[in-house]
Write a protein that binds this ligand. Structure first.
Ligand SMILES: Nc1ncnc2c1ncn2[C@@H]1O[C@H](COP(=O)(O)OP(=O)(O)OP(=O)(O)O)[C@@H](O)[C@H]1O
Ligand SMILES: [Mg+2]
Length: 275
């Protein structure tokens, strides 16, 4: 095999330095350990702009850790994070605030402020970032609550809600910011089937109508099949699979069959969430 010449190396380095216009966010050779526990061992990921990318992986495999690197809640030991063509790896905390305005985050637990009403939980980041008349703000909050099936719930306190409702408030809070991208950490865990489908439809609707880029972490085959354009599988700190949904569905690979379980049927036509 011929060796790579210095000129070829330089060309490759130059090519990787050019922002990919089809890519909203990129993780490059990301490494992260906590003490002696190594969690990410060289993750390379491109999140395509305006698409839905799903991250699969066993419990404890590092999916949440990966998401947190995308919005600067965790910093890598090495590797780069690139958002919309800009290397954001070494940004200071206050510079991250600007980036986070463009990226909504739905936490694995809903992460609501327990002492604030549902309305105030959603209004809080809006008040921080936008100077909006109160009536407009109230309208915006109500529209977001409606879109997650929680119309009129604004005055309630988080403690009065079920786990699934809290989760949907977390989604409403993320979409209220009108972000370019939304990262969902297990958005449907603990929801009943009808509400899970509603969240799936919302993810597709945001993608289709507003071109929102989405990254979805899930354990649920039905949601994965309903929303994904691209699927990646995280295992032992690296991405084992990175495939378009059609290829993923048709794959014979054991981890794919394990994950899909009863949903494994490469010939089946999947009903997408946008209908
Ligand atoms: N802040 C932290 N400090 C120390 N260890 C951490 C921290 N965050 C995550 N970890 C460790 O990193 C590993 C991956 O955690 P992570 O939460 O990303 O898993 P996950 O894939 O999201 O799992 P689950 O599906 O159960 O949510 C775990 O071993 C966890 O204990
Ligand atoms: Mg997690």
């Amino acid at each position: 095999m011929s060796e790579t010449t210095p000129a070829e190396v330089e060309r490759e380095e130059f090519a990787s330095a050019i922002p990919d216009p089809d890519c909203f966010l990129e993780l490059q050779d990301l490494h992260k350990s906590f003490g002696s526990t190594s969690v990410l061992n060289g993750v390379d990921l491109k999140v395509p702009k305006g698409k839905v990318l799903t991250i699969l992986g066993g419990s404890g495999s590092g999916k949440s850790v990966m998401l947190k690197h995308m919005i600067g809640l965790l910093r890598p030991d090495s590797g780069r994070v690139v958002v919309e063509g800009r290397d954001v790896t070494d940004l200071r905390e206050r510079e991250w605030i600007e980036v986070r305005k463009r990226i909504g985050y739905v936490f694995q637990g809903a992460a609501l402020f327990d002492s604030l009403s549902v309305f105030e939980n959603i209004a809080y980041p809006l008040r921080e970032h936008f100077d909006q008349p109160e009536a407009e703000l109230a309208h915006r909050v109500e529209v977001c609550l409606e879109s997650v099936g929680l119309a009129g719930v604004g005055p309630k306190m988080p403690a009065e809600l079920s786990g699934g409702m809290r989760k949907r408030v977390g989604v409403a809070r993320a979409i209220a910011m009108h972000p370019q991208a939304i990262l969902y950490d297990e958005p449907t865990t603990g929801l009943d089937p009808a509400n899970s489908r509603r969240i799936g439809q919302l993810i597709r609707q945001l993608q289709k109508e507003l071109n929102v880029t989405s990254v979805v972490v899930t354990h649920e085959p039905e949601l994965c099949l309903a929303v994904s354009d691209q699927v990646v599988l995280l295992e032992k700190g690296v991405l084992r699979i990175d495939a378009p949904i059609e290829e993923f569905r048709a794959s014979n690979a054991p981890p794919v069959r394990d994950f899909l379980g009863a949903f494994y049927d490469p010939g089946r036509d999947v009903e997408r969430g946008e209908s």
